[in-house]
Design a protein around this ligand. Structure first.
Ligand code: IMP
Ligand code: MG
Length: 185
């Protein structure tokens, strides 16, 4: 048996490998740990679907004694598939009984593109009574630096304008299961 990974589906080119991601997550977790003290009673809110793989790996790099809660929401930006309309739909919010008062919400998402999704969610959690909202994404786009609707507090990698799949990110519902990040040709 060969140790070579199986080839990528046709139409995809490698972008960032699982090894490069793994190497980046520890320093990213350390940055988060240093910036958000335990006293702020942080709660990680994972943006589904795209944020699930990133969040699972990142959260396991935080120190075992770091008291961070976990909650999930599901949202969708609708309109044209490649250009966000700026309208964001919250399909499922985090559980209604979670009290966010005096807590820091750490939003975890796959990619910050126009920033409309995370702007909407940050405003939503401030209205819900959070003391602070911090944003952490696996990817952000260089071209949108300073132009996006909101900036990330923590980011894994800065990428170009390519459409990315794998490691939780999809194209028309596919490729979320790829262990590495790839670009659509
Ligand atoms: P924003 O609201 O424009 O920042 O868009 C963020 C959302 O668009 C992300 O949470 C993704 O679901 C989706 N998205 C943007 N770019 C890509 C990409 O290259 N691949 C997969 N999804 C993307
Ligand atoms: Mg998403």
């Amino acid at each position: 048996m060969s140790d070579a990974p199986p080839p990528l589906p046709t139409g995809l080119v490698p972008l960032i490998s699982r090894a490069q991601i793994a190497e980046r997550l520890k320093p990213l977790a350390d940055e988060i740990r240093a910036a958000i003290p335990a006293e702020e009673r942080p709660i990680a809110v994972i943006v589904l679907q795209g944020g699930f793989v990133f969040a699972a790996d990142l959260l396991r790099q935080l120190p075992p004694d770091y008291p961070i809660g976990v909650a999930f929401l599901r949202c969708q930006s609708y309109g044209n598939e490649m250009y966000s309309s700026g309208k964001v739909l919250l399909l499922n919010d985090i559980d209604a009984e979670i009290d966010l008062r005096d807590r820091t919400v750490l939003l975890l998402d796959d990619i910050l593109d126009t920033g409309h999704t995370l702007r909407f969610l940050a405003d939503h959690f401030m209205r819900r009574g959070a003391a602070k909202v911090k944003l952490c994404v696996l990817l952000k786009r260089a071209a949108n630096e300073g132009k996006a609707a909101i900036a990330a507090d923590f980011a894994g990698f800065t990428i170009g304008s390519e459409f990315v799949v794998g490691y939780g990110l999809d194209h028309a519902g596919r490729y979320r299961n790829l262990p590495d990040l790839a670009a659509v040709k």
